[in-house]
Design a protein around this ligand. Sequence first.
Ligand code: DC
Length: 231
Amino acid sequence: MNKITIAIDGYSSTGKSTVAKQLAKHLGYIYVDTGAMYRAVTFYAMQNELINVDDFNKEALIYQLPQIKISFKFNESLGFAEVYLNDVNVEKKVRSLEVSSFVSKIASVSEVRRKLVEQQQVLGKDKGVVMDGRDIGTVVFTDAKLKLFMTASAEKRAVRRYDELIELGDHVTYNAVLKNVKERDHIDTTRKDSPLVKAEDAIIIDNSNLTLVEQFDKIAQLAKMIIEGVE
Ligand code: DC
């Protein structure tokens, strides 16, 4: 059976990674969480004191980019690949609100984007990949056979993110999470390099009122149709 590339883009906390993981498992494809890569670079900047309150040392980060190695290792018990920074598992650490608060700024640095996009293209070169992010259908794989653009109201997304963070043991308020969601939307859609926009040929999935099962069924059906069509 022919393998295709599936690009899932959209706003933060729209459940891109949940559906991408489900779909990859269902199809026997590789799943690549590109947000985790930007988060890992942000975590590196935090650890190396390149971030100071709400500013960061862009020149030093660019200079140190060659020594930032991001990789993924499949975790059998979780059923997906976890992100590693210089061979250390940082999967949980990169999900903190602290990293979330800064990641959009780091992701707007063109040199960071260039490095990560190159790596993403290598990871997906053999097709059979589900990749989620902000620029997968518009920059990384413009020829992806299935492109989805996920959206939901900011309030719905903040509730989901808040629940996730509380479960991870983070002490946050709903209002702080909602503020972060809106700030990230703003930075992601207005940055100069590869802003978040819907690819012309992407299908919009608004999951404000869809259950996870409904959403998965809809997307799995779309993927099936396209995969059968390219046989
Ligand atoms: O999907 P996420 O919330 O884990 O992504 C974290 C941040 O990284 C998000 O604010 C935007 C950025 N990002 C990006 O610019 N391009 C991508 N392909 C993936 C994420």
